[in-house]
Design a protein around this ligand. Sequence first.
Ligand SMILES: Cc1cc2nc3c(=O)[nH]c(=O)nc-3n(C[C@H](O)[C@H](O)[C@H](O)COP(=O)(O)O)c2cc1C
Length: 195
Amino acid sequence: MIVKLLAFAGSTRTGSLNQALLDLAVAEARSRGAEVMSIRLKDFDLPLYDGDLEASAFPAKARELKALFLAHHGFLIASPEYNGSVSGVLKNAIDWATRPTDGESMVALSAFRGKVAGLLGASMSPFGGLRGVTHLRQILGTIQTVVATEQVLIPAAHAAFDDAGALKDALPAQLLGGLVAGVIDLAERLEPSTA
Ligand SMILES: Cc1cc2nc3c(=O)[nH]c(=O)nc-3n(C[C@H](O)[C@H](O)[C@H](O)COP(=O)(O)O)c2cc1C
């Protein structure tokens, strides 16, 4: 099977260190034979989740994002740490994509159930955004996504990349290969469905 992965970062800013890290994971996954679509959450311009809005006019962009989740076997997600957790942008995108559409049951979680995920985090702190990625692991587990045990955290991320965008240290670069290999392997074993 050709593993299809959707890649996105929880930071939308120009020059995002998490986007830079994600770009490396995307290149790694492609080099290992996966088909990867890399999207920017900023392009979806999602409103904040609101139950009234959901009931009256489910946003087309949220539906579009959910359709992309459905069409892939899994996700590569680079998450910044904001105040010890994931960014609001990332959580909001996940929240919209968990909502039922087209007559699904409340607990269908079709965009996430049985899919796989690989997590990365970059932070200027010495801990590399560990708390954010740990929360993300818990969130994804709650919505039935199988998260690879491998993860990549880049501390002092402002100094971690060279001018060409590569990681300066050999170890995190090696870990990145292990993470991507783990995600592809999990997807092949689980064969998550796509729509
Ligand atoms: C609202 C906010 C809260 C933050 N809280 C944390 C934090 O709890 N831990 C941390 O390591 N960095 C924190 N940071 C710093 C971010 O990790 C840093 O800005 C990082 O570069 C953001 O990722 P990006 O480069 O992908 O945008 C915070 C930044 C913002 C904007």
